[in-house]
Design a protein around this ligand. Sequence first.
Ligand code: NBX
Length: 842
Amino acid sequence: AGWLADETPRLDSSVKGSAFEPTSPRATEPVVGPERTVDGFAKAFLDELNFEAGVALKRSTTTDQYLALARTIRGYLMADWLRTAERRRQNPTKMVGYLSAEYLLGRQMGNSLLATDLGDIAEQAMTSLGLDFNLLRAQEIEPGLGNGGLGRLAACFIDSLASMDVPSIGYGIRYEYGIFRQTFEEGRQVEVPDAWLSLGAPWEFPHPDRAVQVNFGGTTEQYIDGDGRTRPRWLPAWNVQGIPYHYMVPGYQNGVVNTLRLWSARATQEFDLEIFNSGDYAEAVRAQTFAENISKVLYPEDSTPQGRELRLQQQYFFVACSLKDFIDRTLEEDFDLTRLDERIIFQLNDTHPVIAIPEMMRLLMDEHDMEWAAAWEVTSKCFAYTCHTLLPEALEVWPVELMTRLLPRHMEIIYRINEEFLDTVREAFPGDELRVRRMSVIQEHPERAVRMANLATVAGVKVNGVAALHSELLRDKLLPDFAALWPNKFTNVTNGVTPRRFIRLANQQLSTLITDTIGPGWETDLERLRELEPYADDAAFTESFRQVKQANKDRLRSILSQRDGIELPEHAMLDVMVKRLHEYKRQTLKLLHIVSMYDDITSGRVRREDVVPRTFVFGAKAAPGYFMAKEIIFLINSVAKTIAQDPRVTDLMAVAFPANYNVTLANKLIPAADLSEQISLAGKEASGTGNMKFALNGALTIGTDDGANVEIRELVGDENFFLFGMLEPEVAALADRGYTPSSFYESNPALKRAIDLLASGHFTGGDRSLAAPVVDDLLYKDRFMALADFQSYLDAQARVDAAYRDVDGWTRSAVLNVARSGFFSSDRSMRDYLDRIWMPKS
Ligand code: NBX
């Protein structure tokens, strides 16, 4: 590791002494927002309702009122947005371009109210008009434009960049349908399309006037240019338009509003007309549908790359739009493109936007007349690559056949990049052709394909992992040949989460307690939570802290009752596992613990009075095509139902699996949790970010030595963290020896009982076959070694029970988790990106 050890994060609210230095406001046209009073707000609201929407208050629906409220709040941000944009235009500096196919934003209204500090005024204004503020807020459908951690990370990062006033822009895709809405039918996941735009989209600003054209297909040819030089050019076969939609990204009460620019695909008129003129009207309309499919829907597969053509179209579409957009803006100031790296660093959020690299080469050479060497010189300074995985099957590769068909010019450029790169390898390692093959951007087997991670590593200024352990494994196990060639290219930036959304908004009572105790300002200087440490032994403080946790639990019970009809017991430890459903995350290990506890109680193996009552909460979406993940969901629901109906255990345990876990639900669940489950097989979870949110909200973690768990434990202390399971080297050693899960089953009676009970059909209405897919996989494959870690996990859970019985001791640990987790602010992550990647001193 070592990347973290010697660094004390600094946290001031602006970035100084770099090209990113915020520029002073200049005299521009005065922009005045509505008056910041209850009356002023009410008037602005009625103006929106009456004159923009054309609806009278007494005839308005809740939807009308929500839309008018959103537009009113947005109006208060507008002046700051215009000012921020103008300030940046007047004094251009280097910017960060965050390129991400996903942004899992969560609801916008609460965040906008917090950023503008208008919460009280807005609430009073709505009350003065006889409206229910909370009901209106509940109308918002969150923009679910991401799958999970990677998409939510992008949303946290742009929040921090705005709160730190870093000149930056987020680029992505405006999916018409975001991540599917999950429902359960007889315990099985059923996906419903997420029509999040159907009620209107008050937070976005479409700019059809700034449309950009994107080409696809066709061929390339050589031609002689005006100077008599032979040059290649692309003769594309079809094209679409990208329409930018702007979203405000407000900083936290600092007058800064940055922009998130999401692209939506539309058919080009010329394209339609050509067919239309040929007389086939129906075909013209079909062409439109075809074009617009590109931004229609978010691919719901995480960690398993989709080799689908439409997915590559999406990636190239948003990247081409974004680069064109940025370069055009830069040319407005007459900038010399050979120095483009003085204006931009594009951060590649995983390999999804990596096609930007050949696209930049193409733009510079084919459209801006640069020679290869000059174009490469600048391109290789404009990108940096973040990897978010360690699973080899999650690395994106695109078949050469598909690339050639869809992006022939880019394929040529990739070949040339690779040729020159492999020359470098051969020079550094003469005669080592095996190495050359391993490092090539083109793989030959099982089919010729472009390895996007290799391309990103070749062209990127830096390659980073997302937690200390992950970055180490990325360097030493996933890309060791590249690390041997370029040791300094590799670095770490541990993920973080925004304290604005995940503490201030999600946990208002805890926020008030913190502010009352250490004063204001911690929201942008999260290391200040350290000042809470002395209060871990303060009777009055710990009592208030407990009350806050209890209030959050009570609120959650009422939310789950209303939202899902789930009735939870009043007094129980709240044990929460929320994240995407994936075998490596090991929801099945959690399930084995639950079944084991159930078996202990029902068989009388433990005395009832020795049982610490628990409520288990799961939240997880499975990729629609991921068979095993869906079987696991079914089995969890089956166990939950059986337990709810068994009077022998209902006073001691309950399992809740509310459907459709999303950012909105996370904000309600996390503040209520006592115990955070972070139980992936060591070496598989790149970082995790939920783990940070729980610790910051005063849950204790039971976890493996994986991802950012490692750093959480280092910071909060061993005594305040329940560690279990094999370490990564032990996992590797066991895999090398050959892992046989059945031997653990045979030799561990508790494990055997739990698996036998699951297999017996007890939880599946007597039908053994319904449990078989999961049980058989565990017994005969168990790729992620749940059985090997089972006993260690049970032992750790016993330690959890003992600790929870000691109310004071538990509260003390919970307070220390909050006090010592300030490092996990995404503001610190952004500072690390600035120091190590975007603006390194050396
Ligand atoms: O990125 C996640 C990792 O699994 C987490 O450990 C990490 O904390 C988080 C942020 O760094 N990866 C992730 O969420 N991946 C995807 O969502 C994904 C989406 C589409 C795709 C591949 C992966 N094709």
